[in-house]
Structures are given as C-alpha cells and as structure tokens.
Design a protein around this ligand. Structure first.
Ligand code: M7G
Length: 337
C-alpha cells in the first residue's frame, strides 16, 4: 500500500503499480499460515466500536488523488487527532466476488465504450484508516504537505545543532518499547531474535495492510535502546547490522517467499523515531522515504563501517526537512542554510 502516511507527503509520492509486473506472480498474495485465519494474523478484522463517529474535522493536511488517500486534522472527544484514510489495492483473488456480488450503475455508453460506478460488497470496499490520538503539533506538521529543503549536516553540525534538538523535540518512542516488550502488536511479529546485543523484532510496518506482497513493508526494531540513528553507528554495531540483514532476509523469504534480490533494506536519516530500526520493502515498491536523500542501504552502511569504524560520526550527511520543521530553523539560526 502506498502509505504516504508517516512520511513526507510531497516528496514521497509513490507509484502503486510500478512493481506489479516485477513481482513474481506467485508472490502477489501474502502467504498466510493456518493460524492467521481469514483476515490475517492477530486482531486484523476484529469489529471495533466506531470511535470516528464523533470526529470533527478541522482541516485537510494533505490529500492525493493518485495515492487515493487523505490526511485530516481534527478533534476526537476534545483531543487533537490525525486521521488517515486510504483506499487499498484491488486484489486479484477478490475479482470473482467483485464481478458477481456488486451493483453496477451506468454512467455512459458510447459505441464500444461504457463506464460504470460499481458498488462492491462492503467487505471488499474497505478504507485503511490510521488514527493518531492524541496527536501532537509535531504529528500535525509531519502529515501536512510542505515544501522541503535539503540540509547538509557535518559531524560537527550533528553534535552542535541536531543532537541537542532531537534530545528535546523528537517523537515519543513509546510505541517501539511496547513492541519490544510485547505490550502491543505481539501477534504481528514475523520474526524475533531476543539477543539483547544483536537481537531485533521484525514486524509489518503499520503502513502495510499485509494483503499483498507487492507493497510489502516491514521494520526491524533493535532490542538495544541506546542507538538513536545512523549517526550513532560505529564498527561495534556491525554484528547487529549483519544479523538484522541476514535473519531479516531469511524470515521474509520463509514467510512471504520473497528472495533477497526483491528487497530494498535501508535506514532513514533523519528518521522520525530515534530508536534504531531498519526498513524492509519490496524493490519494486516506491515506498515513502525511499529516495536517495533519505534512505541509506543497510548493505552500504555495513560496508562503510567496515572501511571506517567512525564513518557515520564524521561524514557529512544530507537530508530533506520541511519548511516548518524546527530543526530547519536551528540550521538557519546557525547560518548553515
Ligand atoms: P522512520 O524512519 O522513523 O520515519 O520510520 P518515517 O515514519 O518518517 O518513515 C518509522 C517507521 O515506523 C515508519 O515506516 C512508520 O510507518 C512505522 N511506524 C510508526 N508507528 C507509530 C508505528 C506503529 O505504531 N506500529 C508499527 N508497526 N509501525 C509504526
């Protein structure tokens, strides 16, 4: 799914269809274990109370006809909230039911051409919905369409500008701790290596609905809690990174029948959440944030650390920041932009 959700909306426009031809036909559907049941693993499909019935829209933060999604800021029971609605891809295995079980309304007929509005059965007409509540001002900014600026950050800039800023301003990583402690999403875990040094949890990113593998998106979250980002990595972390790379790829092959040659495995710099995690997406899927200005291939990161243990401490790194990002303001104040 193109979940522009968590990322820069303007520059992460993704092309849902690009990988369809590339992905193996046999791998189009997510392989489910028996225990996963009809609706996928865990709580997927459980009926939930409609908490959105009282949602009051304040503004549309961004929307995309191409992505078929909309990001809305509003209030939910007097709390600030962001709601993301997104139409999901049409899956091949649902076609028979769509054709036989829908109502058709004719729009026009002209020669050999006709267009209709098809009303599919409700269960085939779902909208993926993400709710962030209570949402902080930072969330609202994150989802707002904005102009971007490329920042050049030296190692010194990181220590004098970025680090003090992220120590005060970054998003809470409570959701990450919940995953590591099995307080949330435990049933969604695809693979875990519990080792405190080199271990990690691999699970579906919440941008992925797990219905088809062409837009597969998993994240590996490390058990170590003191690694904020790429900048903190040294050669000491090579065993950890190699372990994630190797075991992550193996787990994805086993579970989704996707070979390593079909995967893009990378870290974001800057990330949104400063607890080290690695993104695993399919190669043909233009995932939000997979552009060269933000994504760093894990294979390259490992090699860079092998050739220079302090590579990421010293290197100048480039990344985009939104116009109203506080960190951009700090770079401007320091005369670095
Ligand atoms: P990032 O590189 O820190 O920032 O990635 P980005 O969000 O700007 O890409 C964090 C990743 O974690 C993103 O791909 C998010 O979609 C994903 N993510 C964020 N949250 C809050 C959750 C969550 O609660 N559960 C899961 N499974 N994934 C999440």
């Amino acid at each position: 799914m193109k979940r522009a959700a968590e990322s820069n909306m303007a520059d992460t426009a993704s092309k849902r269809e690009t990988d369809r031809d590339e992905a193996d036909e046999s791998a189009h559907k997510v392989k489910r274990t028996e225990a996963d049941g009809e609706n996928g693993p865990g709580h997927d499909g459980e009926e939930s109370e409609n908490i959105l019935s009282g949602f009051k829209t304040s503004s549309v933060l961004s929307d995309s006809a191409r992505e078929k999604n909309i990001f809305i800021h509003g209030k939910l029971a007097d709390q600030e909230a962001v709601v993301i609605l997104e139409k999901t891809p049409i899956r091949e295995e649902t076609l028979a039911e769509i054709f036989s079980g829908s109502r058709l309304k004719l729009d026009l007929r002209n020669d050999i051409y006709s267009t209709y509005r098809l009303q599919a059965p409700p269960h085939l007409n779902e909208i993926k919905t993400t709710v962030v509540c209570p949402a902080t001002e930072k969330h609202i900014k994150k989802y707002k369409r904005q102009e971007n600026f490329l920042v050049e950050e030296t190692g010194t800039d990181y220590r004098s500008i970025t680090l003090p800023y992220i120590q005060k301003q970054s998003f809470s990583v409570q959701w990450v701790h919940n995953i590591l402690e099995k307080k949330a999403e435990a049933e969604r875990v695809v693979y875990e290596d519990p080792d405190p040094e080199v271990g990690f949890v691999l699970l579906p990113d919440f941008k992925w609905d797990q219905k088809q593998v062409h837009d597969l998106y998993l994240i590996a979250i490390v058990h170590q809690r003191n690694i904020r980002s790429l900048r903190d990595l040294t050669s000491d972390h090579i065993p950890l990174l190699q372990n994630i790379f190797q075991k992550g790829k193996e787990a994805i092959l086993q579970r989704y029948e996707l070979p390593a040659s079909k995967l893009r495995v990378y870290l974001h710099y800057q990330p949104s959440y400063y607890h080290l995690h690695v993104h695993f997406t399919t190669l043909g899927y233009d995932a939000p944030g997979c552009g060269v200005e933000r994504a760093h291939l894990l294979a390259d990161v490992i090699q860079n650390l092998q050739s220079d243990p302090q590579y990421y401490e010293k290197r100048t790194l480039y990344f985009p920041l939104r116009a109203d990002d506080g960190l951009l303001g700090k770079f401007k104040e320091a005369g670095r932009l």
